[in-house]
Design a protein around this ligand. Structure first.
Ligand code: ZN
Ligand code: ZN
Length: 128
């Protein structure tokens, strides 16, 4: 599930549409330094994705026993995601700024790269 939300930078006042979350066919990575997104299809990731997807499904089953809480899940970056990010770095390469692409790097303002963003959730569009 991906979303498009109207976002305002609290640092410089720039407004932009932030795209976040991957879809069924691709993953979104963000540069840890500048926040630039890169979308990579699962197909391109090949075996690395298959391993990740398998573990994600195991996780999902566990979660179904509990109340799902996606915010907490995001905060606790799982080990297999770290492995995945390492694999992906080999496949996807690095951002032109030299930063690594990570699965859960925060959104950043495209102008000043601040992470102090205000998202207008009333204006969120879901896609995929
Ligand atoms: Zn970058
Ligand atoms: Zn800004």
């Amino acid at each position: 599930m991906g979303t498009l939300s109207k976002t305002t930078c609290l640092q410089c006042g720039h407004t932009f549409v932030d795209r976040s979350g991957g879809g069924r066919l691709f993953h979104q990575f963000r540069c840890e330094n500048c926040g630039e997104s890169k979308f990579v299809s699962h197909k391109e990731l090949g075996e690395a994705y298959d391993r990740y997807a398998y573990k994600s499904i195991q996780d999902l089953f566990e979660e179904l026993q509990n109340e799902p809480n996606f915010e907490i899940e995001r905060e606790h970056e799982k080990d297999y995601e770290k492995d995945y990010e390492k694999d992906v770095e080999n496949i996807v390469g690095r951002c032109k700024c030299g930063g690594r692409y990570l699965l859960h790097a925060p959104s950043r303002c495209p102008k000043c790269h601040s992470t102090q963003l205000e998202r207008d959730d009333s204006d969120t569009i879901f896609y995929d």
